[in-house]
Design a protein around this ligand. Structure first.
Ligand code: GLU
Length: 286
């Protein structure tokens, strides 16, 4: 009882403090993102915490304490544009399901993690971008007869909880047996071990696994994408100023060649030419 009352009082106090913090000067609240906005934080602290994937080769991969991949390069471009040096970036591993809560609770300032912009997520976070458009596809053993999502009936297909591909299987391909893990590398291990028949997520992610040395000659990406997954940079919902700034930085990166360099230094190493960053689509800020 006492504990409960303490918790309630503490909760009320925290809320009062939060309200006070939000109300701290009208000019700083609302559309500018206030004191918690990334522009202010980057300017004042010269530091940013960026949430990225750690097990997606070519996109976000952690080796020791080092993170590499296209999302990492995009994160560096955004940080630089906000005046934060690489040494001021703290990379934080995220999985698909914790991206919104990490942003909402302030564990990260930004998320650059193969993060699809969609209306449901836009209810709770803001998105700069898109900086890339992927599509949902299937990774299967080379000798598999699965030719597309229609062929998944009765098959075991693996994806990640909290991801758009898992959701699409649940809603549009109900006859498939969906197995969910918290990261795609676990799905790929299950595919290699024969526990599942296919892995589904964005084509660009699947291509990264197929190209890994340990899986050489074992898997193929079906190659018929059945969704559009525009990748955005997630940030706090009320930080419109930060969001618009991210889009400005992306525009500049498209113009000065740094977007192309980010690609060439990561996914482009496999020989695929850099996509055009369509700056007319940079319009997702709430
Ligand atoms: N882009 C999709 C998503 O944001 C799938 C990739 C991922 O789970 O990170 O849900």
């Amino acid at each position: 009882m006492r504990i409960t009352r303490f918790a309630a009082t503490f909760g009320a106090l925290t809320m009062a403090l939060a309200v006070a913090a939000c109300g701290g000067g009208d000019s700083e609240s609302g559309s500018s993102g206030g004191a918690s906005g990334i522009v202010g934080k980057a300017t004042n602290d010269k530091k940013l915490v960026i949430g990225v994937k750690a097990d997606q080769p070519g996109l976000g991969l952690q080796t020791g304490s080092t993170y590499t991949g296209f999302d990492i390069e995009i994160g560096k471009i955004i940080a630089k544009g906000l005046g934060v040096e690489e040494s001021g970036i703290e990379w934080k591993t995220t999985v698909s399901a914790n991206r919104e809560p990490y942003i909402q609770q302030g564990q990260v300032d930004l998320v650059v993690a193969t993060y699809t912009i969609n209306d449901e997520r836009k209810k709770v976070v803001n998105f700069g971008g898109p900086y890339f458009i992927a599509g949902q596809d299937l990774l299967v053993p080379v000798d598999s007869t699965i030719t597309g999502p229609e062929a998944l009936k009765g098959k075991k297909v693996c994806s990640v909880s909290g991801s758009t591909p898992a959701k699409r299987i649940q809603t549009d391909y109900k006859d498939a047996q969906l197995q969910q893990f918290d990261s795609y590398s676990k799905c790929v291990t299950a595919l290699a071990g024969g526990q599942v028949d296919a892995v589904t997520t964005d084509d660009i992610i699947l291509a990264g696994y197929a190209a890994q040395e340990q899986y050489a000659g074992k898997f193929k990406v079906v190659g018929k994408p059945f969704s559009e997954e525009p990748y955005g940079i997630g940030l706090k919902k009320d930080d419109s100023e930060g969001c618009n700034k991210i889009n400005e930085i992306l525009k500049a990166a498209a113009a000065d060649g740094s977007y192309k360099k980010a690609w060439d230094d990561s996914l482009g190493k496999s020989g695929t030419a850099a996509p055009e960053l369509d700056t007319t689509k940079l319009a997702n800020c709430a």
